[in-house]
Design a protein around this ligand. Structure first.
Ligand code: PEP
Ligand code: MN
Length: 341
């Protein structure tokens, strides 16, 4: 770490910091500039010790800033790791191919999810999405069919051959969801549910971690680190929009996060323009932009009849709109060196 001292720091202050570093097993390299003094601390402390020491030094009034050098997300960091690839059915997320995950927000009935699965498959989707356990903002909204919904998803998967992604909301449901799905989704509201992250980290089933709606990239990557630290290396990230002051959309889809995150991590990055905008008419333009920005996949809400959807109808594409989008997306994928088949 580097300790940047305030311009008011005296020689005694500099010595005090050097002594504190030495006590904790660090070697201190002092660099005296015209305006500021920097102290480079070299040593091998555990991450926990390092962050504790950084906080303690930061409490000194003549310490302006403590800058950690190594990233706190070792396993998630691109440094020293190959790009993660995740097999999903016949396709590989994190490869050159763009993976399309599509389906309704909620599983409403067996016929609805089977119809949706057939429609998205015909249009070119690779994975079926559908919520059985729904994290609704209001307790009075439809909460999902739970276990029955998982069974309906499995029927739709058997009918079409599409692998399934569905949300796991609670540590108590991890086993049941793993038994029915090929990929788990951890939703925005649970990004920082560290118990759930630990539990899912113990499984070896692929998992998609959505960005918390008020989370920084750093917090998101640290949350992903929990999954990898538990032993689950099949992790993908999903940008689904963050809360800003802009009221025109449900969320502000942070597409700049895609290239930013891809630079920092080897994990694939998926974009969800449906939760990201809350508006079906913005799903296509934002999806095309996401591909151009480097997304490895898209999570898109498609309902056989959005007008009657039990949740998120306003942001759901009809099957024909989804099919039209896929055709428009193909040349965009090719233009940025990807494939969409
Ligand atoms: C969803 O995918 O339907 C959903 C609830 O997602 P998020 O957690 O991003 O709100
Ligand atoms: Mn939804």
């Amino acid at each position: 770490m580097i300790i940047i001292l305030a311009s008011s720091a005296s020689d005694a202050h500099i010595q005090h910091v050097c002594d504190r570093l030495a006590q904790r097993g660090y070697e201190a390299n002092v660099s005296r500039g015209v305006e500021r003094t920097l102290i480079g601390a070299v040593g091998k402390l555990s991450d926990e010790d390092k962050s504790q020491l950084a906080d303690q030094l930061q409490s000194l009034e003549y310490v302006e800033r403590v800058v950690p050098i190594s990233r706190p997300y070792k396993l998630v960091s691109r440094e020293g790791h190959d790009q993660t690839t995740i097999p999903l059915g016949d396709h590989i997320l994190g490869s050159e191919a763009i993976i399309l995950m599509a389906g309704p927000c909620s599983v409403e009935s067996e016929s609805q999810i089977v119809e949706a699965a057939r429609a998205v498959k015909a249009a070119g989707a690779h994975v079926l999405r559908g919520g059985a356990f729904k994290p609704r903002t209001s307790p009075y909204d439809f909460q999902g069919h739970g276990l029955d919904g998982l069974k309906m998803l499995r029927t739709a998967s058997l009918e079409t051959g599409l692998p399934i992604i569905t949300e796991v909301l609670d540590v108590r449901d991890v086993e049941a969801v793993c038994a029915h799905a090929q990929m788990l989704q951890i939703g925005t509201r649970n990004m920082a549910n560290f118990q759930l992250l630990r539990e899912v980290g113990q499984t070896h089933i692929p998992v998609m971690l959505k960005r918390g709606w008020a989370s920084t990239i750093d917090e998101w990557l640290k949350a992903a680190e929990y999954l990898l630290a538990g032993g689950n290396h099949y992790v993908t990230l999903c940008e689904r929009g963050i809360r800003t002051f802009e009221p025109s959309f449900r969320n502000t889809l942070d597409l700049a996060a895609v290239p930013a995150v891809k630079k920092l991590t080897h994990l694939p990055v998926v974009v969800d323009p449906s939760q990201g905008t809350g508006r079906w008419d913005m799903v296509e333009p934002m999806s095309l932009a996401a591909i151009a920005a480097g997304a490895d996949g898209l999570l898109i809400e498609v309902h056989p009849d959005p007008e009657t959807a039990w949740s998120d109808g306003a942001q759901s594409l009809s099957p024909s709109r989804f099919a039209r989008f896929v055709e428009r997306a193909r040349p965009v994928a090719v233009a940025v060196g990807r494939t969409l088949t």
